[in-house]
Write a protein that binds this ligand. Structure first.
Ligand SMILES: [Zn+2]
Length: 413
């Protein structure tokens, strides 16, 4: 709120006492803004044109829609959801893929392991930032939102292991927004996975993705209607997604076994668009080098070996969670361990940033300037924006820049 305080003081100085009261009440209102942040997993930037989502399109028309929301590398669900709520690259928040290995801990991380052991996360997510500064947070699913990070969970949250119909999630979010002020959360976070699930199984242009979008769109429409007609507090609605989706084909799949990577020397994780090859404690640099050379010879342009310079450019920094060798692919190619008869065409994500990997960003409601045009931007910039909307001071070293979304704030010029 620093900029806002300056603005109020400046106005009061310039225009005299009578406007002072008005400016202060605006400042108060802005401080009391509520933010609802919804992720529709795997909602590609062009799905609004490709499929039917009249409610989301209407919200975009009333608010601001960016040309695209660029995922961080790798364009996978957990790293990106964490980057959205931490403003940090995966190397900093700790969740470098949906499944990765830590050579120091000699342990695997798999999606949601932060619930059992929150030391996997080295960060201050938005719900933490809010709660530390006296703002209640509520989450109805978001990767790692049930983890007790820095000793604290959101005031209200649900365990992902307990199934909850999408309709129930929306109703709960509306109910939270209608709570009495003393217990009402000012940061409400929600998550829907069905669009991503259908994108994987049937591909981004399938009728099944279209149906999933119609379903989620109806729920978003209900939420938006309630925000506008039933909820009495000013609400900013942010609709985002973690990544897009590319078409993949069974005939382009690379069999991981064919690469014959020695299991006694290396820990191999098949991340589908990437192959992560970690060293074991006794593995020598010569063995890494030998494997790298052999994999290079076997590549035949089906995959490539990421260079340290390329990885650094993607925000990857060396550490125990960084694989010694990273193989990358381009759509429609993936790695597989399935026998040929079980391989299927479909969709996936996790490739380098491209238009197909872009997600959506839509902002509407209170506290948003709508006459702004937003080019595609990286999702690490959402965190300082939400902090500003809620009047929270940053508490950690983030990679995102508040200036990127500042044009959306009413006080900026
Ligand atoms: Zn995802």
């Amino acid at each position: 709120m620093k900029r806002f305080t300056v603005w109020v003081t400046l106005l009061a100085t310039m225009l005299g006492g009578s406007l002072w009261t008005a400016s202060v009440s605006v400042a108060h209102e802005a401080q009391e803004n509520t933010v609802v942040l919804i992720s529709i997993d795997g909602f590609r930037h062009d799905y609004l044109e490709l499929h039917d989502a009249p409610n989301i399109a209407a919200i975009a028309a009333q608010g601001v829609r960016a040309d695209g929301l660029m995922p961080v590398y790798p364009a996978k669900t957990f790293p990106n959801h964490l980057s959205i709520v931490t403003g940090q690259y995966p190397a900093k928040h700790g969740i470098v893929d949906n499944h990765f290995y830590d050579t120091e801990r000699q342990q695997h991380y798999r999606m949601g392991d932060g619930v059992k052991d929150s030391t996997w996360l080295t960060t201050v997510p938005l719900w933490n930032l809010a709660e530390f500064q006296g703002v209640r947070a509520a989450t109805f699913f978001w990767p790692e939102s049930e983890a007790r990070i820095n000793g604290r969970t959101p005031t209200y949250y649900y365990n992902y292991s307990t199934p909850a119909p999408n309709r129930q999630r929306v109703q709960q979010m509306i109910d939270w927004l209608k709570l009495p002020e003393a217990v009402r959360p000012r940061l409400v976070i929600g998550y829907f996975s069905v669009v991503d699930t259908m994108g994987h199984r049937f591909g981004p242009e399938s009728v099944q993705v279209n149906k999933a979008i119609t379903h989620v769109d109806e729920l978003i429409g209900q939420l938006w209607h309630a925000i506008q007609h039933e909820v009495e507090v000013p609400v900013t609605l942010l609709l985002v997604s973690d990544h897009g989706m590319s078409t993949i084909t069974a005939d382009a799949m690379i069999d991981v076994q064919e690469l014959t990577i020695p299991a006694e020397q290396f820990e191999v994780i098949n991340a589908q668009t990437r192959l992560l090859i970690y060293t074991k404690p006794e593995t020598t640099e010569a063995q890494v080098q030998a494997l790298r050379e052999r994999l290079q010879q076997q590549a035949q342009q089906r995959y490539y070996i990421e260079s340290p310079a390329q990885l650094a450019q993607l925000g990857v920094t060396p550490g125990p969670r960084q694989a010694a060798i990273v193989l990358g692919t381009q759509a429609p190619v993936t790695f597989t361990q399935l026998p040929p008869e079980k391989r299927r065409d479909g969709g996936t994500h996790g490739y380098h940033s491209s238009r197909e990997m872009d997600g959506i960003f839509i902002a509407a409601g209170d506290g948003i300037r709508t006459e702004v045009r937003l080019a595609r931007f990286s999702n690490i910039h959402i965190y300082p924006f939400v902090a500003e909307l809620l009047g929270l001071e940053l508490m950690s070293d983030i990679d995102g820049d508040g200036a990127v979304l500042a044009p959306l704030l009413p006080q900026s010029n």
